[in-house]
Write a protein that binds this ligand. Structure first.
Ligand code: SF4
Ligand code: SF4
Length: 337
């Protein structure tokens, strides 16, 4: 890291003799410089994300993620897309990745889980629906969100989507009380999208090839723009797929940043399904891409690529604990009847 010129110690510190006082002044000066820079960064994020999200959303805000956790409710098994990097067939307790869940819940079971967690854990600030399919392709998503919003209005509701149904269902998203939204966009050009997605499903039709790519991109960008206009705080996720979309990601950053998206999360590909032979991007590659994109939109760097049923602070992987919690609730119940 380059030290700013203003922080270079004055020549007097290099001399022999009593350097205690000048060094103390220099340290004080550095402290003030960095505090001011950190404060400026925080204020900037608050301006972009709004204070509530900036203070309390562990994914959108770096400062919130050590203090606050989230609960993902796996109520959305259906998906309207086939991404070439997605596989949702397996559940392995050792595996943490999007699309994986131990169990799919219905809205009623989801609410039981919410109540159990809220009763015992005061650090959960966000409840989100992120799969294991696409939340907008499942009516259970909206039923669950509305029920949570009625019972726990203080909780931030969050949704992740591939964006295909966003223009069509944005009204329902807003009516459900959602405040923060993530849209995964992996391509700007239809040519690139065609390599990433094999098909798109809409009731009554299945598109593939270039037609699928164009329909998806059209809806993603239209949905993103409308979601931002309607006041949602929006994050754009992009999966970095070596050899496929390195050229598109900076352009996605530029376009999304200009539209007013709050933050971008460039994530490394998890090689699987049709993309199982593409190597996972190195940390250096990821960092380089984030550095390029940072010129256009703030970058998230603390993503843990969570499961669709994740729970707790980011990276804690506490779903199994949640299962045990359910078990204990069952025991209490048996003791009390
Ligand atoms: Fe999998 Fe999500 Fe793609 Fe659907 S949109 S295929 S759940 S990665
Ligand atoms: Fe947050 Fe990343 Fe986990 Fe999504 S996958 S909940 S953005 S840490």
């Amino acid at each position: 890291m380059k030290i700013p010129l203003a922080l270079a110690p004055p020549a007097v510190f290099g001399r022999r003799g009593d350097r205690t006082i000048p060094l103390a002044i220099w340290h004080g000066y550095c402290f003030l410089f960095f505090s001011k820079a950190i404060l400026a960064g925080r204020n900037h994020m608050e301006e972009i994300l709004g204070k509530r999200i900036s203070d309390r959303h562990p994914c959108f805000s770096e400062k919130a993620h050590r203090k606050y956790g989230k609960l993902h409710l796996p109520v959305a098994p259906g998906c309207n897309l086939q991404c070439n990097y997605c596989i949702r067939k397996f559940d392995c307790v050792n595996e943490t990745r999007p699309g994986v869940t131990s169990v799919v819940l219905n809205p009623f079971e989801a609410m039981e889980r919410v109540r159990a967690v809220m009763e015992r854990n005061d650090s959960i600030s966000v409840i989100g629906i992120a799969g294991p399919g696409d939340p907008l392709a499942n009516d259970a998503t909206f039923e669950t969100l509305r029920a949570i919003h009625r019972e726990f209005p203080e909780i931030i509701l969050c949704l992740s989507t591939n964006g295909f149904l966003l223009p069509e269902r944005l009204g329902e998203v807003l009516d459900s009380g959602v405040e923060s939204l993530t849209v995964t966009i992996n391509a700007l050009a239809a040519e690139t999208a065609e390599k990433i997605y094999s098909s798109v499903f809409h009731p009554g039709e299945r598109l593939s090839g270039r037609a699928a790519a164009e329909a998806l991109l059209h809806n993603q960008w239209e949905g993103l723009s409308k979601a931002i206009e309607s006041g949602l705080v929006v994050k754009v996720n992009s999966i970095l797929i070596p050899g496929i979309n390195e050229g598109d990601i900076p352009l996605i950053a530029l376009r999304a940043g200009r539209m007013g998206a709050g933050i971008m999360n460039v994530m490394p590909l998890i090689p699987q399904a049709r993309f199982k032979d593409i190597p996972r991007p190195s940390c250096a590659m990821l960092e380089k891409m984030r550095a390029v994109c940072r010129a256009y939109i703030p970058q998230m760097t603390h993503c843990k690529q969570c499961r669709a049923d994740a729970f707790g602070l980011l990276g804690e992987d506490r779903d199994m604990e949640l299962e045990l919690l359910h078990f204990r609730i069952g025991e209490d119940y048996c003791e009390n009847v």
